[in-house]
Design a protein around this ligand. Structure first.
Ligand code: GLA
Ligand code: ZN
Length: 674
């Protein structure tokens, strides 16, 4: 638990007093108090200020800020500030500058701009982390460390090329093995010397960012870059731990951010934190799925909502305001799914540069008489009242959806069968149906233990890693229900096809053989024609995107394609395996199918919705010491009525006793303890 020192849901966010004259600070203190703010994330982009030259530190402003915040009852989430290197460093040591995808050497500018392989960057970021940790290790304001910021982007420089070759030597040992893993006899790519290998970018194997001639090298480069940035994080982490072994360390992640394998990262984080920036039209179920993924990175442990905007962003094409009530609603959505902090970017709105139109708790007008401030202050008060009540309570789910970054890379790097296949979208389809049914879901990785689940769904499990098929077999044998889809079981970890018929290693478990894969043009559909009823599944549904042409090898065929030359071939099968079942959905179905299918599977397993709620009302349950906290979130603008399905208790936000059914005003929240 991170909140031991401040035992409540932390409330606050990024605070940049160094961008302001000292005369605003007292006003900040006053306004933070009014808003119920108790945590400030500071020093996120202050490297240049903190280190004017190679051997000079300038941290007095930070001393004063830490002291001032502490004197005002505010704890500090202390960033190391290494997310943007100083200009002098770039000038003196151009090696810290990245080379971009086009092969261009960058100049100083922007942020998240350091080459992850640069020894100079690693050296100075280590020193900075150490300096800060030594200096503030006993500071009473210090709550948690925030290393760098939103690690992101790849570099293709010569240092990275060398780093890549070292990484490859470690992974493959010999060039012979590497040549085999990458299938380099294709297009005459055989390597005879490690030095012949260059980073795959627009100058070599890739184009359009995600298209590649060689999946093997492109996949490994992603693994390498994710690892290289992770090493940078770990260098700082270890330096900090030398001085403050008991202070938790995190870095802010970005949900489904494609470029880093967060399951690997989370192993080295004391607590997961992430930045949530949905647009006005982002489906709430997509945000919910992202929270669940962030919770899943550390097997269900609570996480931090490190950033969200109180009102609007500046970097989207259309930066709509969060409507009245929405900031509160989305804050509780995070808490409902495991967050134990509600934090903003940022506390005071910037006066200049590109984020001056980004929302903040204190707007440009500078006082508290704004809609945004009032809403923030109201939430601040509520979180004070909730105190430590919800801390360390856990979400419990019987259904899990598998998500794997390497699988995503492989799918999206794949040339064929369709450009329209998006791994996150297919995953979301399954999640969304369960969300709408009110069934709790855990988002899990391929290393997560499956034994606690009744149903495990792995949409588009294109890449089957060593040992994963056996793990799934053991799960099903023991009585589990497994669901996978079209374009699964195709390749191994090196993107080499498992020969002998798709779905490769999953063939035995699924009891089918997929002979061909058809890609449908946008707007073209086929049909899922049920041969036999299964629960709510009945009649006919639409499907599209990809259609696997499969044969049963023992699986029961529940539905067939309704048209095209493969009309009558199986599209939905179930194979009984040991005590359990393994389902194959051979195409991408419509929403109606998803609901009927998943509700039937859940009913079969005795998994029930938490409550009976109309569309637009989200429900979750957090549990601790025999107490349950039922969250009801009304995403509708209008009132909605929810049947509590026999639950009764007290709404923690209003103090009201509730039973039977409840009426939730538009965009309102209830947390019912029972
Ligand atoms: C990111 C960054 C912040 C800020 C916000 C703006 O999450 O971490 O520094 O730029 O975006 O939305
Ligand atoms: Zn580099």
């Amino acid at each position: 638990m991170i909140n031991r020192k401040l035992p409540k849901i932390w409330y606050g966010g990024d605070y940049n007093p160094e961008q302001w004259e000292a005369d605003t600070w007292a006003e900040d203190d006053r306004l933070f108090k009014l808003a119920g703010i108790d945590v400030a994330t500071i020093n996120v982009f202050s490297w240049a200020l903190n280190q004017p030259s190679e051997d000079e530190y300038n941290l007095e402003w930070l001393d004063k800020t830490m002291d001032r915040l502490h004197a005002n009852g505010i704890g500090v989430c202390l960033a190391t500030g290494t997310g943007a290197h100083p200009a002098w460093m770039a000038k003196k040591y151009p090696e810290v500058l990245r080379v971009d995808f086009q092969g261009r050497k960058r100049k100083f500018g922007g942020r998240h701009n350091s080459c992850p392989s640069s020894p100079v960057y690693r050296h100075y970021s280590r020193l900075m982390a150490g300096e800060l940790a030594r200096r503030y290790k006993d500071h009473p304001a210090l709550l948690i460390w925030h290393v760098s910021n939103e690690y992101s982007g790849y570099c293709y420089c010569d240092l990275c090329a060398e780093g890549f070759r070292r990484w490859l030597r470690k992974r493959y040992g010999t060039l012979e093995k590497l040549n085999k893993a990458w299938n380099t006899r294709f297009w005459g790519h055989t390597f005879y010397d490690w030095d012949e290998i260059v980073p795959p970018n627009a100058l070599s194997e890739e184009w359009d960012g995600n298209r590649t001639n060689f999946q093997g090298i492109s996949l490994d480069y992603r693994r390498f870059q994710s690892d290289a940035l992770l090493e940078c994080y770990r260098i700082e982490y270890e330096e900090i731990k030398k001085h403050t072994p008991d202070v938790p360390v995190t870095t802010n992640l970005m949900g489904f951010y494609p470029e880093l394998n967060y399951f690997e990262w989370a192993k080295h984080m004391d607590v997961v934190s992430w930045d949530n920036y949905p647009a006005l039209d982002t489906p709430p179920s997509l945000t919910a799925m992202t929270h669940d993924l962030m919770r899943g990175l550390k097997q269900g442990q609570p996480f931090m909502l490190m950033e969200q905007t109180p009102s609007q962003q500046n970097w989207q094409p259309y930066n709509s305001l969060k409507r009245p009530g929405v900031m509160r609603l989305w804050s509780y959505q995070a808490v409902a799914r495991g967050a134990e902090t509600v934090m903003f970017f940022q506390l005071r709105r910037s006066v200049g540069a590109c984020e001056k139109f980004h929302g903040a708790v204190i707007e440009h007008v500078g006082h508290e008489h704004t809609r945004v401030f009032r809403e923030c202050a109201e939430l601040g008060r509520e979180l004070q009242l909730l105190s430590d009540k919800l801390l360390d309570s856990r979400v419990q789910a019987k259904v899990a959806i598998v998500y794997d970054w390497e699988n995503r890379w492989a799918i999206e790097l794949s040339s064929g069968p369709t450009v329209a296949l998006k791994y996150v979208d297919e995953t979301h389809k399954y999640y969304d149906a369960l969300y709408k049914l009110g069934i709790p879901v855990d988002m899990i990785g391929v290393e997560t233990d499956l034994s606690g689940y009744d149903i495990v769904i792995a949409p588009v499990l294109y890449m089957v890693k060593t040992g994963y098929a056996a793990k799934l077999e053991a799960f099903v044998k023991a009585g589990g229900t497994f669901v996978t889809t079209f374009f699964s079981g195709i390749v191994n970890e090196n993107d080499l096809v498992t020969l002998g018929g798709y779905p490769g290693e999953l063939r035995k478990l699924l009891g089918i053989w997929a002979e061909e894969i058809d890609a449908l043009f946008p707007g073209v559909t086929n049909q899922i024609v049920m041969k036999k009823e299964y629960g709510a599944l009945n009649g006919m549904y639409e499907c599209g995107l990809l259609c696997d042409l499969i044969h049963s090898e023992g699986a029961e065929v529940l539905a067939e394609y309704g048209s095209d030359f493969y009309k009558g071939m199986p599209v939905l099968t179930v194979n009984r395996f040991g005590q359990g079942q393994a389902w194959y959905v051979a195409s991408s179905p419509d929403g109606r199918f998803m609901t009927d299918f998943l509700s039937s599977l859940c009913a079969d397993k005795g998994i029930k919705p938490l409550v009976n709620a109309p569309a637009g009302v989200e429900s979750t349950l957090r549990v601790k010491d025999g107490r349950s906290f039922l969250f009801l979130l009304n995403h509708n603008a209008e009132e909605s009525e929810v049947d509590l399905a026999g639950r009764q208790g007290t709404d923690l936000l209003s103090g009201q006793r509730v039973q039977g059914s409840v009426r939730l005003p538009g965009r309102s929240v209830m947390i019912i303890e029972h």
